[in-house]
Design a binder for this molecule. Structure first.
Ligand code: IPM
Ligand code: MN
Length: 356
């Protein structure tokens, strides 16, 4: 019995979460595993009503779960970033979820905005460091609103933080058996402190003789991602660069409506979420793609060790996309959120019959 904490959150978060669990229900039935969920109401609505963001006491509750599923956070009625920092970054930091794993994979050429790009050209995983960099909040604003105002945001990198991300990336490259390559994405030419990443990759790389490593500066890496996506296998990068690079990656795989992520501390409770935001203007319209949330559930199953269940979801999504059943992965696909969820469930049933 898996215990899953669920934070539906804001905007479209709850509706895409419902579709992800609709799919999970079917998979658990087919693969004979059971799960129970605990719902948490954290998010902007709750904050506006109660003034509560994310109480410290809840972290010990999360630790009693096997995984956390998060829909989306963000609401224009609340101060910019307040709830996102408390809920998303709050969980990442407090549970020390030091890896943000973001696969970038193209399932059908029809959804790729790049011309002449084939599915086999886009198949990489980004290992985004998830607990340091400018996200630590070290810094601040002084003399606000005056001509002498000073604003400082520090990029923080620790040897421990770099090393565990880099090690994870090398292990992943070894497990994937694709190109056996790790690419460090950094900006060590301009930001000399990032030399810590260069050295860590060189040192850890020596322990992995079968894996090659190279690096690209973030600006060039964005260019390569568009021009030659096939060059990437496993990418390891800093928190902020990973944030930016993976939105670009999401567009290359068809849009924010498909890209999923895992916030992982190996061996401990970890959090899975679509990488898109709360899209408040589409809330309760039943128009957005739940595929990203469904793929987050896929990553969650994979993490929990339900490899076959995870494969069932990925196969069903792949088959729907390859068949051209969704013209886009945004709000204009013409297929409602709930219908896409139903479509994935029925594809799972069809595929399970044809494999039986
Ligand atoms: C993401 C998001 C978050 C981030 C925001 C909401 C704080 O953009 O998960 O990519 O910057 O990490
Ligand atoms: Mn982001």
């Amino acid at each position: 019995m898996y215990k899953i904490a669920v934070i539906g959150g804001d905007g479209i978060g709850p509706e895409v979460t419902r579709e992800a669990f609709k799919v999970l229900d079917k998979v658990s039935e087919l693969k004979n595993f059971k799960y129970e969920t605990t719902d948490y109401k954290f998010g902007s609505e709750n904050y506006l009503k109660t003034g509560e963001l994310m109480p410290d006491s809840v972290y010990s509750e999360y630790r009693e779960h096997d995984a956390i599923f998060l829909g989306a956070i963000g609401d224009p009625r609340v101060e910019v970033g307040l709830v996102e920092r408390a809920v998303i970054a709050g969980v990442r930091f407090n549970l020390d979820l030091y890896i943000n794993l973001r696969p970038i994979k193209l399932y059908t050429e029809a959804l790729c905005p790049l011309k002449d790009t084939k599915c086999e050209d886009v198949d990489m995983v980004v290992v985004r460091e998830n607990t340091e960099d400018v996200y630590t909040g070290i810094g601040g604003i002084m003399k606000k609103g005056t001509p002498d105002e000073v604003a400082i945001a520090n990029m923080v990198f620790t040897r421990k933080g770099c090393e565990r991300a880099v090690r994870y990336a090398f292990d992943l490259a070894q497990a994937r058996k694709k190109d056996n390559k790790v690419t460090l994405v950094d900006k060590a030419n301009a930001i000399r402190a990032q030399d810590i990443w260069t050295r860590t990759v060189a040192e850890v790389g020596e322990e992995y003789p079968s894996i090659t490593h190279d690096h690209a500066y973030i600006d060039a890496a964005c260019m390569w991602l568009v021009k030659n996506p096939e060059w990437f296998d496993v990418v390891v990068t800093t928190n902020i660069f990973g944030d930016i690079f993976t939105d670009l990656g999401a567009m290359i795989q068809g849009g924010m409506g498909i890209a999923a992520s895992g916030n992982i501390h190996p061996g401990q409770v970890s959090m899975f979420e679509p990488i898109h935001g709360s899209a408040p203007k589409y809330k309760d319209q039943n128009v957005v793609s739940p595929i990203a949330a469904i793929m987050a559930a896929q990553m969650m199953l994979d993490y929990l060790g339900e490899k076959e269940g995870a494969a069932i979801i990925e196969n069903a999504v792949t088959s729907i996309l390859k068949a051209g059943k969704l013209k886009s992965l945004d709000a204009r696909s013409g297929v409602s959120t709930t219908d896409v969820g139903d479509m994935v469930v029925s594809e799972i049933i069809t595929l399970s019959k044809s494999n039986a």
